[in-house]
Design a protein around this ligand. Structure first.
Ligand SMILES: [Zn+2]
Length: 80
């Protein structure tokens, strides 16, 4: 069986996909939180403020925003 190494936590997993199931779950919860926030509030001026308001670390926000067409508006706004 092929194992992949998770880029987030470094653990090995036997599934296809970009990260281990554990991190994928955490990621989808954080993305959900970000989407909820965007539905209810205006986008702050900086990525830092968005991070404070959502409790999602900036490096995660960076990853979600740059890797997801859904957030292309944020991508432009913060020029990541
Ligand atoms: Zn992981």
């Amino acid at each position: 069986m092929e194992f992949n190494k998770c880029p987030q936590c470094g653990s090995f997993y036997a599934f296809s996909g970009k990260m281990c199931p554990n991190c994928a779950t955490k990621d989808s919860q954080k993305i959900q939180k970000l989407e909820n926030y965007l539905d209810n509030y205006l986008v702050p001026d900086t990525l830092q403020e968005l991070s404070c308001s959502t409790g999602i670390p900036e490096k995660d926000l960076n990853r979600y925003i740059s890797g997801n067409d859904k957030f292309s508006q944020l991508y432009k706004k913060f020029s990541i």
